[in-house]
Structure formats: structure tokens, C-alpha cells
Design a binder for this molecule. Structure first.
Ligand SMILES: [Zn+2]
Length: 84
């Protein structure tokens, strides 16, 4: 399943000209001192503005992880909002 299909199935999103406008963020603080978790904008576990870094908008999970790895060495997708 690609990300667009996944998001359409799981969230009601703002769709502009047929494209999803959806943003991802990474937590500044590592969970259990290891992984920095990446969340979608709609996630209930998303930290507030001071505790996150904006990664931008992406079409697939690999690109999100690559963007996260530019910020931190150990990153993973949130299991709540980014189930694959
Ligand atoms: Zn999340």
C-alpha cells in the first residue's frame, strides 16, 4: 500500500488539487534514549511545537525516514500514526 492510499484510508485529510497536504514531524527527544519518533501532523502523540522538528510533506515512508535520518541517527516511524 502506498502512503497516499494509507492516509486516505485512515484520516480525513485536506486534499488540494487531488494531492494530500500532509506534514510530518520528528521528536527532538529520543524515546528510551534511542529512537527519535516521526509523526504525522494528525497524530495524537505529536509533541508540541517546541519538542518537534518539521520534516515536510512526503509521498512515501522511505522518504520520510531519509528526511528523519538527516536530523538524527536513530529514527523510526510512530506505530500509532504510521502503521505500514
Ligand atoms: Zn504518531
Amino acid at each position: 500500500m502506498n502512503l497516499k492510499t494509507f492516509l486516505l484510508n485512515h484520516f480525513s485529510l485536506p486534499i488540494i488539487k487531488g494531492e494530500i497536504s500532509f506534514c510530518f514531524y520528528i521528536e527532538k527527544k529520543a524515546r528510551l534514549g534511542k529512537d527519535h519518533v516521526i509523526h504525522s501532523k494528525a497524530c495524537e502523540l505529536l509533541p508540541d511545537r517546541s519538542g518537534r522538528i518539521k520534516l515536510g510533506e512526503f509521498e512515501n515512508f522511505e522518504k520520510i525516514l531519509l528526511a528523519g535520518k538527516k536530523e538524527f541517527k536513530h529514527v523510526r516511524l510512530c506505530s500509532f500514526c504510521c502503521k505500514q
